[in-house]
Write a protein that binds this ligand. Structure first.
Ligand code: SAM
Length: 288
């Protein structure tokens, strides 16, 4: 395992992914009953933006760095991103950014005392950092465990409400062959959970292959969001989220959030976004 998220924390893919995760968590918080967050590939929980690793790539400059000094954001849009910005520490006090919260930290900043979180991380050092970071938070269980095993073990959660984030590093040549059976068996055990799967779009074939699986297994209600920042860099430019059982408000929110993110995070004039359903109960998509 070579991947360390500390080189990439706060980059455009994190901003894209975390804004939508924050929206889903806030939606879950609307009801009084407790829920659970299961983060199968949790990383370290939070990241120093001035660490040696971050300073080697400066990826966050093209991500959260672009959001840190925005002025005059439209009120409707601001209402959709302000909780995320608060998690990051961007507020009207004009503090400079020092840390970027990973998905575990964002979850813990938004959920209530009654809610619970399970974080799995397989890299020994990242896992140890994660455990130490949240050791005193009684809502949390951190595990040095393969997230796909965790998915099998902790689903369905006893609250029967919650969010599963599957955010692999895609280091394995065929990560889909690991991911897909775990997701499918989790889905069969708990079809009413909200699942978010992040993936890099290195080529459209990969995107099609993944979406075709949802289509083939007739998994309805899967919202697909993608953001391509464009430009000429050799690094990752295009990224997607498959959101299974999204809150009913999310598609409409995506139509406000994605044009904004495409504009703010663009690295070239060819930046673009997509919002579609892999398969819809009333409309069969074209992924076969
Ligand atoms: C993209 S990062 C996670 C970022 C994190 N979810 C966030 O948004 O802040 C992927 C993480 O998965 C870990 N990882 C890779 N394979 C894993 C596996 N099979 N089970 C659990 N963690 C794994 C990597 O060490 C890395 O920390």
């Amino acid at each position: 395992m070579n991947y360390r998220h500390s080189f990439h924390a706060g980059n455009f893919t994190d901003v894209f992914k975390h804004i939508f995760i924050a929206r889903i968590l806030l939606y879950l918080c609307l009801k009084d009953s407790p829920f659970r967050v299961i983060d199968t590939h949790a990383g370290e929980g939070a990241y120093d933006l001035y660490s040696e690793e971050a300073n080697r790539t400066f990826e966050w400059w093209e991500g959260i760095g672009r959001l840190s000094d925005l002025k005059n954001i439209d009120g409707n849009l601001l209402s959709l991103i302000q909780h995320y910005l608060a998690c990051v520490g961007i507020d009207d006090k004009n503090q400079s950014l020092a840390y970027y919260p990973g998905s575990p930290m964002i979850a813990l900043r938004l959920i209530s005392p009654q809610d619970r979180a399970i974080f799995c991380e397989l890299h020994p050092e990242s896992s140890s950092r994660l455990r130490h970071r949240f050791a005193r938070d009684k809502r949390v269980k951190t595990l040095h465990l393969d997230g796909y095993i965790g998915l099998g073990a902790f689903i369905p959660p006893k609250e029967r409400r919650g969010l599963v984030l599957i955010d692999p590093s895609f280091e394995q040549k065929d990560e889909i062959s690991l991911l897909w059976p775990s997701f499918l068996s989790a889905y069969r055990k708990w079809p009413t959970g909200i699942y978010v799967l992040w993936y890099p779009i290195k080529n459209l074939d990969f995107d099609r292959k993944l979406c075709a699986k949802f289509f083939k297994h007739n998994i309805s209600r899967t919202l697909r969001l993608s953001l391509n920042v464009g430009g000429h860099s050799d690094g990752l430019k295009n990224t997607g989220l498959l959101i299974f059982n999204p809150p009913f408000t999310l598609e409409e929110e995506a139509h406000i959030l994605l044009p904004f993110l495409t504009h703010v995070l663009a690295q070239g004039e060819d930046a673009e976004y997509q919002i579609d359903w892999v398969i819809r109960e009333d409309k069969i998509g074209g992924w076969s």
